[in-house]
Design a protein around this ligand. Structure first.
Ligand code: MRU
Length: 362
């Protein structure tokens, strides 16, 4: 994506000095602030604290985190320690496990002296593949979007939840890839962006849509239903953190409610995700571990103060009980289609198997 007119990825690798630069997404949309990551602990912190977030970017950052860690200790113990530490950072997005396992399988058979260079190459391959997959998702998604009936004049009114865009990937986005493709192809498109409490990833979506010039409107999460009933939403498109073999989809909490409202209003509900987000080892969504994040995220609202400085306000009285599940699972029956880099398919075990025949589990 272009930031202020310059093509930019969300993660810059410097293999020569064995560091990476990431965007601190906790500072957006108020400040575009790059952070240098040069140790295993910094990489783990960046993922845990959501300086980087979004399933594909979490995976790519973990891969680079492993490469960084091997610079300090490339023996088996060092590899295992880095793998375990990074794997524990966030539980729901399977891209993390996928990227670390791929790194492990590539590196473990090598002598320690060859691991560091190989790790940087493999992490770069993971990052490049993410970019290519998202481009392909954009192409396939655009084909679907062209067929969506428009209820309000010529403009295609889409809705998304959370941020599954450029910021959630190395480049291009998953759910937003078809949106960018549509906009670039000259389709008149407008996006309803739900705020996505409590972390407000919708603000990230609004920020990057603005960078690309895509018309959009922010809404409170609870406004989705009324907009759908009024015929002001033609389709919903979201990303995913993990898709089980039967097509059940884990994504940011609140996704399920949007899918239910789509079903009630006859609105297509699309999920865009690349192969690393598919978990063929899980038969269905009941087995997906949902991350429960700390209550502080909910107790405070974050923004900037009158001087433009980051600031937090406590919104709940001390001692108020808080539950903060970060994701939910949308059953496959509510999903109109899954859009992957190989094309789109119904959310069913047979259709996913047909798209990825090499994943057959017998
Ligand atoms: O908690 P987050 O911000 O990492 O959650 C992100 C999402 O739920 C995204 O929709 C998902 O990871 C897909 S990103 C292409």
């Amino acid at each position: 994506m272009n930031i202020d007119g310059t093509p930019t990825r969300t993660l810059r690798a410097h293999p020569g000095t064995r560091v990476i630069d990431i965007i601190d997404q906790t500072r957006l949309p108020h400040a575009l602030h790059w952070v240098r990551v040069g140790t295993l602990d910094e990489a783990a912190h960046a993922i845990r604290a959501m300086q980087v977030r979004g399933a594909p970017l979490i995976g790519a950052t973990a891969a680079y985190g492993l490469a960084i860690a091997l610079g300090a200790a490339a023996d088996d113990a060092g590899l295992e320690h880095a793998f375990d530490l990074l794997l524990r950072t966030r539980p729901t997005a399977v891209n993390l496990q996928w990227a670390l396992t791929r790194m492990w399988q590539r590196l473990q058979p090598l002598p320690p002296g060859e691991r560091v260079e190989a790790a940087w190459r493999e992490a770069a391959a993971i990052a490049d593949e993410d970019v290519a997959q998202n481009l392909a998702i954009g192409r396939h998604g655009l084909r679907l979007l062209r067929q969506v009936p428009r209820r309000h004049g010529s403009v295609l009114n889409l809705m998304t939840h959370c941020n599954a865009g450029w910021l959630a990937t190395v480049d291009g986005g998953t759910a937003l890839a078809p949106v960018y493709a549509a906009y670039d192809a000259g389709l008149p498109v407008h996006v309803w962006v739900s705020e996505t409490r409590p972390r407000n990833q919708g603000l990230l979506t609004a920020w990057e849509l603005a960078q690309h010039g895509v018309p959009h409107t922010l809404i409170a999460d609870n406004a989705a239903g009324i907009l759908m009933r009024e015929g002001r939403v033609d389709a919903v498109i979201v990303g995913a953190d993990r898709i089980a073999a039967n097509g059940d989809v884990a994504n940011k909490v609140g996704t399920y409610l949007k899918a239910l409202a789509c079903a009630d209003n006859g609105i297509p509900f699309y999920v865009a995700a690349p192969r690393p987000t598919l978990d063929f080892d899980l038969t269905d969504g009941r087995y997906i571990r949902i991350e429960e994040r700390e209550a502080g995220e909910f107790r405070h609202v974050h923004g900037i103060d009158a001087h433009g400085q980051p600031s937090a306000l406590q919104q709940l009285p001390d001692g108020e009980a808080v539950a903060n599940p970060a994701f939910d699972v949308t059953p496959a029956r509510l999903v109109t289609a899954i859009i992957t880099e190989r094309g789109d398919c119904p959310a069913s075990p047979a259709a996913l198997q047909a798209l990825y025949p090499e994943e057959s589990h017998g």
